[in-house]
Every structure is written in structure tokens, then in C-alpha cells.
Design a protein around this ligand. Structure first.
Ligand code: FO1
Length: 329
């Protein structure tokens, strides 16, 4: 039995190769939900959905989000009508008091759907309508995720990290913004002073999460701050990881990040933006998988291989290295 901790790109890419070593029926994936937002009243869960669509074989594999071949008629229509009405495009937060009014899972991350600032495909939107509606009918995010997985034919066990709201908020010198504004609307350009996981001190791990952390745990090459950080902020997760065998795959080759705003965000939280910094961010890790050209040295076992993942063959190679690292602990 093995459990992967996942954000939305690096670990899903690794999971492409997971089946070479691990039976999907015995694999759990815990997804970050700090990136989730409510947009036009719909709960959008980017990391969960990438894993859902990947497991269901419908992921847009060029972008690693959304559904392949999806249309955007509603999204385009929202822009047409917004333009005709003179509405300013860009993230449009709801008023402060509306941020904690309504379904609590969307607290501190509520955006208007006018001139929708993230591109939501039509089929993708049907998932958000269904998920949000079932939550409004009284189901939890975990329950809805389980049913979506059945519908998409996902064989591994996919769990959201929490059924409670946790919002990854980026503090810049001028303002506080949600991660999706920082990343999608601002292209990761603002200076970051700190990252806050609002809600994490009172959020519980979702049902099944702490049990799954009793298995061998793999932290894929995800962003240690915004993908894995929200999970580590949940009560009991750090203690559970300290008790388990944990292998982490570096999202860096030396100090060069493979994708996304990893370096900037690590610097913002006072961690060195490199493989060595990743090791300090994961004090509970028992072994690491790092690139063969990475000269960082470690106080724990290391397996080296080419860790750049561009396709299933690469993913299989890195998963085999993960498996060797688990054996070495
Ligand atoms: N990323 C973008 O860069 N632009 C978008 O318009 C966008 C829309 C979007 C819609 C649904 C979804 O599930 C993900 C989406 N993403 C988009 C990706 C997302 O912002 C991030 O890459 C993840 O949150 C990081 O894991």
C-alpha cells in the first residue's frame, strides 16, 4: 500500500508511471485543496480535478488542467457579455463579509463569475456544477469526490486533503491575494512576502487521510509550499508522517525548478530554493529521489536518476527510483 501527496502538476506527472511499481487498487492519492476557489458560485478544485481527469483518461495533457478537447462556450459568453456591459476583467473578489457567508468550504476564496478570470471548459464546468450542488445537498467534498471517481472510472483512491476550507493566500507588499490570482491573473509576478493557509488551524484531515498516511508515503515533485504546505498545516499530518516511511522526490535539479513558482514561494517562506531547501522543508522524510546531476548532499539516503518527467517512460523511471528509495529506508 502506498500513498502519494499531490499538487496539480509534478506529482500527477509522476503518477503516470506509478503502475509500474504499485497496484492502482492499493494506491491512495491525497490532493491539495488550498488552490481551490469558488468562482461564480461554483467550487473549482484544480488539483483534485487534474487527478480525477488523469485517472479517468480525459485530462488535457498539454496544460495538465481541464479536460482534453473541451469547449469554452460558456466562458467565452461570459467575456462577451462582460465586455458589452463594460465590466472590468480580472479577478473580482466578493465583498469581505461575503467571503465567509454561504457554504463554508469556499471561505476566503470567493470570486464573482463576471468576466470569469479563469478559463473553465464546458465539460469541466459540469463537474463543478455537480460537485457544488451535491455539497449544497449536504454531502462532503470527500463523498462527492468518491462519486466523481466512480463516474470517471478512477481506480486509485483519490482523497481531498480536507473537507474544511483552507485557502492558500499570498501576501505581497501591497495586498493579500488568493494563489489563483497570483498564479493565473498575475502570472506569478508579484513579490511574495509570505504564504498563509487560512483555515488550516481549524481544518481537519478528510476521512481516510490519516489512515492512508500509515502506508509508505511518496511526496512527488510538487511545490513544497503551495501544494504540500497546506497538507502539512493540518492537525495530525506532520505527526503521522514522522511515524511513516516517507520518500520525497525533488521538484528541483540543484536550484533549477522544473515548473511553476516553486523557487519564489520557497524563498518567501525562508526556505532555500533548491533540493537542499526541499530536504529541510521535509524533516520527516526518510529518503530522497534527486537528479543525477544534482550535487546537493544529504543526511538521509538518496537515490539518483534523471528526474525530469516528460512522458510515461520518464515517470516510470522515477517511480522505480522511488521504490528503490523506499527499500533503502
Ligand atoms: N491555469 C491557468 O494558468 N489559467 C487558467 O485559466 C486556468 C484555469 C483553470 C480551470 C480549472 C482548473 O482546474 C485549473 C485551471 N488552471 C488554470 C490551473 C490552475 O490554476 C493551477 O495550475 C493549479 O491550481 C496549480 O496546481
Amino acid at each position: 500500500m502506498v500513498t502519494f501527496l499531490s499538487g496539480g502538476t509534478g506529482t500527477p506527472k509522476l503518477l503516470d508511471g506509478a503502475a509500474v511499481a504499485y497496484d492502482p487498487e492499493e494506491t491512495t492519492v491525497i490532493a491539495n485543496t488550498g488552490d481551490d476557489i469558488e468562482l461564480g458560485g461554483l467550487l473549482v478544485c484544480p488539483d483534485l480535478d487534474t487527478l480525477l481527469y488523469q485517472g479517468g483518461g480525459v485530462l488535457n495533457r498539454d496544460r495538465w488542467w481541464g479536460i482534453g478537447g473541451d469547449t469554452t462556450r460558456t466562458h467565452d459568453g461570459l467575456h462577451d457579455i462582460g465586455k458589452a456591459m463594460g465590466l472590468e476583467p480580472g479577478p473580482r473578489y466578493l465583498e469581505d463579509d461575503a467571503q465567509t457567508a454561504g457554504r463554508s468550504i469556499a471561505d476566503w476564496r470567493r470570486f464573482s463569475g463576471a468576466v470569469e478570470f479563469m478559463e473553465i471548459g464546458d465539460r469541466d464546468r459540469s463537474v463543478h456544477v455537480t460537485r457544488t450542488s451535491l455539497i449544497d445537498e449536504g454531502h462532503t467534498l470527500s463523498e462527492v469526490t468518491e462519486r466523481l471517481c466512480e463516474a470517471f472510472g478512477v481506480t486509485l483512491d483519490l482523497l481531498p486533503m480536507s473537507d474544511d476550507p483552507v485557502a492558500s493566500l499570498v501576501h505581497t507588499p501591497e495586498e493579500v491575494m488568493h494563489f489563483q490570482e497570483y498564479w493565473v491573473a498575475r502570472d506569478g509576478e508579484p513579490d511574495v512576502q509570505n504564504v498563509e493557509f487560512r483555515g488550516s488551524s481549524t481544518a481537519d484531515p478528510a476521512p481516510g487521510v490519516l489512515d492512508a498516511l500509515e502506508d509508505d508515503v511518496v511526496i512527488g515533485p510538487s511545490n513544497p509550499v503551495t501544494s504540500i504546505g497546506p497538507m502539512l498545516a493540518l492537525d495530525g499530518v506532520g505527526d503521522a508522517l514522522a511515524e511513516s516511511t516517507v520518500v520525497a522526490v525533488s521538484p528541483f535539479r540543484g536550484d533549477e525548478a522544473f515548473s511553476g513558482p516553486v523557487a519564489e514561494l520557497m524563498e518567501a517562506v525562508g526556505a532555500e530554493p533548491s533540493t537542499a531547501g526541499m530536504a529541510t522543508a521535509y524533516p520527516f522524510a526518510d529518503a530522497f529521489v534527486v537528479d543525477e546531476d544534482d550535487d546537493a548532499s544529504f543526511d538521509r539516503p538518496v537515490v539518483r536518476t534523471d528526474i525530469e518527467i516528460d512522458g510515461r517512460e520518464d515517470a516510470a523511471r522515477v517511480v522505480q527510483a522511488v521504490d528503490r528509495a523506499l527499500d533503502e529506508v
